[in-house]
Each structure stands twice: as C-alpha cells, then as structure tokens.
Design a binder for this molecule. Sequence first.
Ligand code: SAH
Ligand code: SF4
Length: 360
Amino acid sequence: MMIEEVLNKESFSREDLIRLLSADETESLKIFNKAQQVRKEYVGNKVYFRGLIEYSNICSKNCFYCGIRSGNKNQSRYQLTNQEVIDAARYAHKNRFASIVIQSGERSSKKFIDTIEYLLKEIASLTNDELHVTLSLGEQSEETYKRWFNAGSQRYLLRIETSNPELYKKIHPDNSLHRFESRVENLKLLRNTGFMVGTGVMIGLPFQQIEDLADDLLFFRDFDIDMVGMGPYIEHKNTPLYQYKDQLLPLKERLQLSMKMVALLRIMMKDINIAATTAMQTIDPKGREKALLAGANVMMPNVTPLKYKENYLLYDNKPGTEDDAERGKVAMESDILNAGNEIGYGEWGDPQHFRRRVNR
Ligand code: SAH
Ligand code: SF4
C-alpha cells in the first residue's frame, strides 16, 4: 500500500504500524511531516524543559542492558547530598524550567524513601509550589507512591522497556525483582495514585522485531499513557547484552527507527507529551532537534552537578558529561530554535491528554 494511504487512516492497525515502521527514508519524511502538522494543531509549537537530576547511580537491580546495574563492579557509586539536589532544583527554578525530573537507580530502603519525601517537601516550599517534580525512581510500593505524591510530585516515569513479555525476559534476570507483570502493575498503581504517568521503550534492542515496536505503540495507546520517553538502545561494554552488539541494527538505523516511533506516536496520541531523549543525541549531534521535528515537545536539560555526570552512564558514549548545566541549557535552547519551535519558559507544560482524560 502507498504510504499516504496508510498515513491518512483514522486509526492504525498493527499491520498499518508495521508498514509505517518499515518506511524508507523518503517515505519517512511524509510521516514526519504529518506528525509535525498534528503537533502544531494539538499541542502547539512550544517545547517544555524538565531539568534532569541524576540523583544516584546506586541500584539494587541488574537489568542486562544498563551500565549502572548492581552487577557492574567497575562502576564507582554516588548519591547527591540533599543540598546538591536543592541547589539543582533552585537552578532549574531560577532559569524558569518550571519542572524537574529526579531520576535514580532503584532502591527501596526506608532511608531512601524518607529522603525523597523530605526533598520533595523542601523543593515545594522553597519554590512556592512553582517547580513541578517528576520522579523516575523505579518500582516502589503503593504506600511509597502515595507518600511521594502527597509530598508534592505530580508525575512519574516508569518505562515498560518493551511491551513483549518474552523479550522483557531476555533482557532482565529471571527473578522477582525483574518481572514484566509487576512493571505493568506498577504503571496501574501510579495511575491510581493520581500521577500523570509516563512510560517508554528502548528501540533497537537485541532480539527485538519491528512487530514488537508496533505492539509498543499499541501498548501506549491502550494504556492511555500521558507521557512517553523512548529512544535507541545503546550498548554498554560492562553489561551482559554487550555480547550481542554485532547483531544490532546500525546506530543510524536505530535513530531513524526512533524518529519514526516518535512521529507515529504523535499521530496516534495527539495531545500527550513526548520527550526528545539523550540517547537520540548520543547517536547524532542533531538527534534532539530531529526528535522535535518528528513531533517531540519536551527536553530534559541535565542539571546534575558536573562531578557526578561521568558516573551516570546507562550506556556508552553518553554526550554532555563534560558540560555544566549552563552549557547544556544553551545547547538545548539553540536546538529548539533551530527546529523552529519556541521555549515554554516558566510553564509546567502538563500533558493536555492528562487533563482531558481525568475530566472525561
Ligand atoms: N532505575 C529507574 C530509572 C533510571 S534508568 C528505572 O529503571 O526505571 C532510566 C531508563 O534508562 C531505563 O528505563 C531504560 O529505558 C534506560 N536505559 C538503561 N540502559 C540503557 C541503554 N543501554 N540504552 C538506552 N537506554 C537505556
Ligand atoms: Fe537500575 Fe534502572 Fe539501570 Fe535497571 S535500568 S539497572 S533499574 S538504573
């Protein structure tokens, strides 16, 4: 079928998505154009900043793809002090980012949970509730989610990593800490707690098929997700999945496929927030800009203190580890303007999807 014919359908079937994800470069331009139109019409031209705080690389899990997995004994470990988190939040607030993301390796000790709760309350009071906080701290208990929600965070990011349970098994250890079913269950808990919920997947994983990516898009739609952050899988040499590096798609193709995923998701879920991810920038210096052109509307400038950045390496060759927050911010501002977009300074930029969903 001609690409236009598929693109103009009201809604995409699994077969349509497979056809679209297989589009060649010329056809892909048509997908990106359509995504741009949808984006302009439904969410406008603005891009929102989320200052990213990489809180700690200490993790109790052992995901086979990730450089900071507990099994990587070559990695030195750190955790920001409370003062460093508060300073980073202040920096974001002062620069009118309106919102930050606190991301970390997964831990569930009482001390960890209490500290996050304390930090959320501090940030809320120091910024007069003006700075919104997204958490990305892995799977936690319902009680913990409630405490953190009540302490002032509004959004939570928990990637499903892949919507294919078989593939999920291949990229995680086989134990109770790493279960596909609990990942899904946790997304539901987060939704019921009241969070705006974000998820996402890695694109170009070993053993992953185009069909899996089509199913990932359908998963986002069926779950009626509010926010998505997805990007290419990038290998890390101290991880078990590194042994499959020769079977992976070339980096350029992983980037191209990621852009198609972003664009198709924008067409399917018109009013959600979609992030331009660092992993896309890793493959191509223009990766973030390209993500915006494909329909993304959120960027995450890194505001982690410089001295820690080289220790939060989920994958090899992560860019920007030598840039301080100011340099990173300036680079993103110019990416946004180059892509013909505006910056939503001082605006929360909540996904319109969330408001529509809770009101219906
Ligand atoms: N520990 C939390 C948050 C930090 S990890 C969690 O796992 O939810 C954040 C994301 O980094 C993961 O969800 C995963 O999708 C991504 N990631 C990890 N290793 C990666 C790799 N090698 N390539 C690309 N993305 C990776
Ligand atoms: Fe830990 Fe998250 Fe990395 Fe898994 S992906 S090892 S949970 S930091």
